[in-house]
Design a protein around this ligand. Structure first.
Ligand SMILES: [Zn+2]
Length: 465
């Protein structure tokens, strides 16, 4: 008699956030990813529901990468009694330290705001978790090295976590620094969790490793029904910067602190080095983006930049860590490039720069990625001429551009191409981490193009493997 093995989908089912997969082998439990639900209110409210199983009964968490929709619930899980190890790669641990602390800080701020304005049904409003909870969760992290597919295919040993008949290996998947797909053996079943799959032509991440074979596949589908526009980002960005500078203006780049900020910095310092744009001052004005950049510079084995490019980047960019450093940027009266968070201009220091720069037609605001509906970024990209910042309306005269073709996710064809390289067809595929339409279209594509059996699980579904 074999073991009874089940896989439960506790999040990222018909939606892109809240990745949480529970594997049960008889009475043992491990969790793959432990993400926050984000976005719409009905999704965020799920973060407040009790965890479906007692967190104290979970033996370990395996983490694919640091993004909060995969890691952001960890402090709460720990607070509610989970005391096992959290296995991930070194860079994922380093980024989680930055992201979880920031997430806790935002949770505390929101609770405080609700109490001040008496918005909450609960008195007093409490944060989902505190900075202290986030620090406590960090103590449970245990670092695992990347495995290499070449080694695995040659039958050589790989860096594997072994817990009796549950084993997991981490393979680089090119999405962000430290990100991995997971190869899990549990009670005699073989499951591959894709994590978020990157692209073969990313600015800084190396191409994803090829997938290993498995019986069951859990595959993301963020862009499962779309194709990325393959415009040459080097040409687009150099043109925008050169146009702006010849008009005598500066370029403001609202950017996500982790991943995109580092890619944009690399792009700009390279363009400057190659003489494709003038030698302008470049500022990185976001403490979190600076910390994430330092993590990248520390881990140059895991990305495309060599040591010389890393050194050039840290030499050529002014890091504005303190509030005084940030304010000092306002006194620079020559064209400059300023990168600041948040990426959709929903908060953070970038608002101060927007307030100062939007009214001047010579300046350009260049968003560094997709802008979600409802955000200030989306309104600017949509062409609104008056934008409210800190309770005051500002006229928009600056040029607004959006590099919405940049993405850290493989698109439909890139995902299919990646899967095609799996040595054998899995018995069954579970399509997750996509909105309803993307997940369903990708399920159909897997059936039609690869001939594999695929389904889209619903939230809370539990399947026997
Ligand atoms: Zn991600």
């Amino acid at each position: 008699m074999g073991n009874r093995v089940t896989l439960a989908f506790l999040g990222a089912a018909n939606t892109v956030t809240g990745s949480r997969y529970l594997i049960e082998v008889d009475d043992r439990r491990v969790l793959v990813d432990c993400g926050l639900f984000q976005g719409y209110k009905h999704l965020r409210e799920r973060n407040w529901k009790p965890f479906p199983v007692d967190p104290g009964t979970i033996e370990a968490v395996f983490l694919t990468h640091a993004h909060l929709d995969h890691s952001g619930y960890l402090p709460r899980l720990v607070k509610d009694g989970f005391n096992g190890p959290i296995y991930c790669t070194q860079a994922t641990r380093d980024l989680c330290k930055i992201l979880l602390a920031d997430s806790a800080h935002l949770q505390e701020e929101e609770a405080e705001y609700r109490n001040r304005h008496q918005y909450s049904k609960h008195q007093p409003a409490l944060p989902l978790y505190t900075r202290q909870d986030a620090e406590k969760a960090m103590e449970q992290f245990e670092v695992v090295g990347f495995s290499s597919v070449a080694d695995a295919r040659a039958g050589e040993s790989t860096a594997t976590v072994t817990m009796g008949d549950i084993e997991a290996s981490f393979y680089a998947n090119g999405h962000i620094l430290g990100s991995a797909f997971l190869d899990v053996h549990a009670g005699g079943r073989h499951i591959l969790f894709s994590g978020d799959v990157g692209r073969s032509n990313d600015l800084i991440m190396r191409a994803p490793e090829l997938p290993v074979s498995c019986d069951y596949l859990v595959i993301e589908s963020t862009y499962g029904n779309r194709l990325h526009d393959n415009r040459d980002v080097w040409d687009v960005v150099s043109e925008i910067i050169n146009d702006t500078v010849s008009a005598g203006g500066s370029v403001l780049i609202p950017t996500f602190a982790v991943g995109r900020a580092q890619a944009m910095l690399y792009l700009i310092t390279e363009l400057r080095q190659q003489g494709r744009i003038p030698y302008l001052p470049v500022f990185l004005d976001s403490p979190m983006a600076i910390s994430a950049t330092e993590v990248m510079l520390r881990h140059h084995r895991y990305h495309r930049l060599n040591k010389a490019s890393c050194q050039q980047l840290s030499r050529d960019v002014t890091f504005a860590r303190t509030v005084e450093d940030s304010i000092a940027i306002n006194r620079v009266h020559v064209p400059a490039i300023i990168l600041s968070a948040s990426g959709m201009a929903t908060g953070g220091r970038v608002l101060h720069h927007l307030q100062r720069m939007l009214g001047d037609h010579r300046n350009t605001v260049m968003f560094a990625g997709y802008q979600a509906p409802g955000t200030r970024g989306a309104r600017l990209v949509g062409g609104e001429k008056k934008i409210k910042i800190f309770n005051r309306y500002h006229e928009v005269k600056a040029r607004v551009e959006c590099l919405d073709f940049l993405s850290a996710h493989a698109d439909r064809l890139e995902l299919l191409h990646w899967l095609q390289q799996m040595p054998a067809a899995p018995k069954r595929c579970f399509v997750t981490h996509g909105d309803e339409e993307a997940a369903d279209q990708f399920r159909i594509s897997i059936g039609e193009e690869l001939g594999w059996d695929a389904c889209v699980p619903d939230m809370g579904d539990k399947v026997k493997l």
